[in-house]
Design a protein around this ligand. Structure first.
Ligand code: HEC
Length: 286
């Protein structure tokens, strides 16, 4: 807020000396820098660590599958209000007719924004809160957060919808992919190998068998309750996360591609400049 106000006064203060407005400008620049730096710090405030997930913008098939999952499982509640179907299809290499037939369920045209018809007051009544627009979720909370969020729904009878979530404790969203993942339980006790100080598994010196201990912080899916295997479900979650990473900044994929050419150009220019320099100094005594 104060960044905005100092900006306006810097531009309207006609009788201020150049030095003072320059100082203000510097202040604005510095303020913006501080704000930028503090964003990751805020985002990192979440308590749950979970797995690290690195989104992959080069994996087109994964983002296409993520797009499909998103329009089937998420868009009814979560709009992507800054994203158009047409740009998404173009960026992800999907022909318009195929996209219209398989991915646009709202009767919209291909140029439409990816919005939905859920009224805010309904959402409040049904889930106790509004389902947020997810266009920026990847930029605000990061890919690892989305990945872990979609993987860590677990059964919890104390919650109104019967589910809780490790990445978002007491979440109001139902586990919409429960039929795929199955019913997951938290704090399941399993026998796990004891790790010695050197990083290896501890073994019984007589029998050679690994020594195990009971560890009770495991998430385990009840066998046979989901239609996908654990690996397949992980892939679905990775696909949706990759897709939301793309949506967070559609220009990022272009930028990565252009960046490679820029670097190649610099390498070639450097080689030419070096050769030219050598040529110039060839006949000079030094
Ligand atoms: C039935 C409606 C509904 C559906 C379908 C749904 N969500 Fe949600 N989602 C919600 C609500 C409501 C919240 C907010 C929960 C809260 O504030 O407690 C939420 C929260 C989230 C959040 C956390 C946002 C944050 O700020 O941390 C993410 C991420 C998310 N949803 C992703 C998805 C994805 C991906 C899908 C599709 C696989 C999906 N949701 C499907 C209703 C839904």
């Amino acid at each position: 807020m104060n960044v905005m106000s100092s900006q306006t006064s810097a531009s309207t203060g006609g009788n201020q000396s150049g030095l003072r407005s320059a100082k203000r400008l510097l202040g604005v620049a510095f303020g913006s820098l501080i704000m930028l730096l503090s964003v990751p710090a805020l985002a990192a405030g979440a308590a749950y660590e979970g797995e690290h997930f690195e989104a992959d913008l080069n994996d087109l098939p994964s983002m296409q599958r993520g797009f499909k999952m998103y329009v089937n499982y998420c868009i009814g509640c979560h709009s992507l209000q800054y994203q158009r179907y047409e740009k998404t299809a173009d960026d992800l290499g999907i022909p318009h007719e195929i996209a219209l037939e398989n991915l646009v369920f709202t009767g919209q045209r291909i140029g439409g924004l990816m919005v939905n018809a859920m009224a805010e007051k309904d959402a409040k009544a049904w889930f106790g809160g509004k389902a947020p627009d997810l266009t920026m979720i990847d930029r605000i909370k990061g890919s690892s957060y989305i990945y872990n969020y979609l993987k860590t729904f677990y059964a919890d009878d104390s919650r109104p919808l019967g589910f809780n979530n490790l990445a978002f404790p007491n979440v109001g969203m139902p586990h919409v992919m429960a039929e795929l993942q199955g019913i997951q339980r938290n704090n399941v006790c399993l026998q796990e190998p004891v790790i010695a100080e050197n990083g290896g598994e501890k073994r019984d010196p007589l029998s050679g068998e690994p020594i195990t201990e009971e560890v009770c912080d495991n998430l385990v899916v009840d066998e046979g309750t989901g239609s996908l295997s654990a690996e397949e479900y992980d892939q679905v979650v990775a696909d949706i996360t990759n897709f939301l990473h793309y949506v967070g900044e559609p220009a990022r994929a272009d930028r990565n591609r252009i960046g490679v050419f820029v670097l190649l150009f610099l390498v070639i220019m450097f080689a030419l400049a070096w050769l030219l320099n050598r040529e110039y100094w060839k006949d000079v005594e030094h």
